[in-house]
Design a protein around this ligand. Structure first.
Ligand code: NAD
Length: 479
């Protein structure tokens, strides 16, 4: 029997079946049925969050700590089951699904701790006898809009700090991954959140998401997704003078220098470009390689790609799962065709694969002979497709790495301290990796990018406070 998951509005599970969730590894497998909210439900959810804010924002740190800690504990205890369900609906491998679930538990644990570490400052005023206090307060109703590629980690890294700092939430997850979203909300709800503090409105971005953007009672919006939608969030937020934070696309460079350890460079490239089916904003889609190592690097990558096991996400042997859906598969194939038309050479893969069940399987694709001016170098593909750009030396590599409208992550593989240090200082990205894949970050430190990749304060770690709180400066004259 197919499960029916409802929306959570003002503490009540509401709604009728509106959409189905399909397993991309086997399109005959229906994960569940989900309520689809309309503008009226979005409005009710926002009103509920607004009504719940005064009490929740004044609740003591212990109340918030208890909910976040309990949530972390339950997610961790159910990591295998939740990770499996995540892999089933999104198509990432079991190991990646469980790993992401553990990450979500760690994030709730981190922010449970942060509730007990809230602090302010007290300074003497320039006027004798007057004291000045600086404190942080919750922003109000926070709209959280998330993409499909990290179905539990991204909601966790927005919901946990929002709650920890006393905000109330209207959460709209991506249509493709409602099960993970529903699971996290169900756990938080049962962990004891007062009604209205966290509301779930599953449904279409153009309907529910847009209703959130247009509602003046949403005081802040944290958005992760594509650049196009991010710009809509920005424009609507400026209109309402609300705080907003955007995490968007990437076209992340991995530089490989002649002096790199070849095995390390190949590991970084294969992991960064192809794991999670290349569907990571931090994926290394541009491999910028110097002349002296270029041919050995390309041969070694092809050998590794040839051995990768591509298949059903729920099969423990699978290393690369399917593409998330038909639309994304078409986009990947279109870009493979564009790369060929532009004159790049497809050195490996790019074909659709047949597996036991009907699914969206694509062989990882590697282009060589590409330039940084080609569309495959400039536009985010968001699939298992990477291209090698050959350069003569470090200086050219750095220039090519920075020549992009994006700036999320970057990486360099080298044994030269001088080049590694120079790259860390001069890369125009928010996160820089040395001898590590461009994807794969810690949960307790800031996450975010520059240029077209991000806008607003950083997410995660203590830096999340910047977005989810507002500063109050209070003056007291005690006589
Ligand atoms: P998307 O922009 O299509 O959708 C993101 C969310 O916005 C979804 O919940 C969607 O329903 C909603 N939405 C769509 N139209 C809307 C509207 N008019 N108003 C309000 N909300 C609306 O992105 P996607 O395809 O789900 O995700 C892939 C993108 O996300 C890629 O570009 C990827 O790089 C990016 N991403 C970025 C990061 C990061 O941290 N930088 C992390 C993960 C994914």
């Amino acid at each position: 029997m197919t499960v029916l998951r409802k929306n959570l509005i003002d503490g009540e599970w509401l709604g009728e079946a509106g959409s189905r969730n399909i397993n991309p590894s086997n399109t005959n497998d229906i994960v569940g049925e989900y309520a689809s909210a309309g503008p009226e439900q979005a409005k009710q959810a926002i009103a509920a969050a607004k009504a719940a804010f005064p009490a929740w924002s004044r609740s003591g740190p212990l109340a918030r700590h208890a909910v976040l800690k309990k949530t972390s504990d339950e997610i961790m205890a159910r990591k295998d089951e939740i990770g499996r369900s995540l892999a089933r609906e999104e198509g990432k491998t079991l190991a990646e699904g469980v790993g992401e679930t553990i990450r979500a538990a760690q994030i709730f644990d981190f922010f449970a701790g942060e509730t007990l570490r809230l602090s302010g400052e007290m300074v003497p005023s320039v006027r004798p006898g007057v004291g000045v206090e600086m404190t942080r307060e919750g922003v109000g109703v926070v709209g959280i809009i998330t993409p499909w590629n990290f179905p539990i980690a991204i909601p966790a890294w927005k919901i946990a700090p929002a709650l920890a700092y006393g905000n109330t939430i209207v959460f709209k997850p991506a249509e493709l991954v409602p099960e993970s979203a529903w699971t996290i909300v169900d756990i938080l709800h049962r962990a004891g959140l007062p009604k209205g503090v966290l509301n779930l409105v599953m449904g279409k971005g153009s309907v529910v998401g847009q209703a959130m953007l247009d509602n003046p009672d949403v005081n802040a919006i944290s958005f992760t997704g594509s650049v196009g939608t991010g710009k809509r969030v920005a424009a609507a937020s400026v209109e309402h003078m609300r705080k907003f934070q955007l995490e968007m696309g990437g076209k992340n460079p991995l530089v490989v220098l002649d002096d790199a350890d070849l095995a390390v460079a190949v590991d970084c490239a294969v992991n960064g470009a192809y794991f999670s089916t290349g569907q990571r904003c931090t994926a290394s889609s541009r491999l910028i390689v110097t002349d002296g190592i270029h041919d050995r690097f390309v041969e070694a990558i092809k050998e590794r790609l040839d051995k990768l096991v591509i298949g059903d996400a729920l099969d423990a042997k699978t290393q690369i799962g399917p593409v998330v859906d038909q639309n994304q598969l078409k986009q990947d194939e279109d870009y493979i065709a564009i790369g060929r038309q532009e004159g790049a050479e497809l050195a490996f893969g790019g074909d659709r694969l047949e597996r036991g069940a009907p699914g969206f399987y694509l062989q990882p694709a590697l282009f060589v002979g590409s330039t940084n001016a080609m569309r495959i170098s400039r536009e985010e593909i968001f699939g298992p497709v990477a291209n090698v750009i050959r350069v003569k030396d470090y200086d050219e590599a750095l220039a090519v790495a920075n020549d992009t409208p994006f700036g999320l992550t970057s990486g360099i593989c080298t044994t030269s301290l001088k080049h590694a240090t120079h790259f860390k200082r001069n890369s125009e990205a928010g996160m820089v990796m040395v001898n590590l894949p461009t994807a794969g970050v810690d949960f307790h430190v800031p996450f975010g990018g520059r240029k077209g990749s991000s806008y607003g304060p950083r997410e995660q770690g203590r830096y999340a406070m910047e977005f989810y709180t507002t500063v109050k400066t209070a003056y007291t004259f005690a006589g």
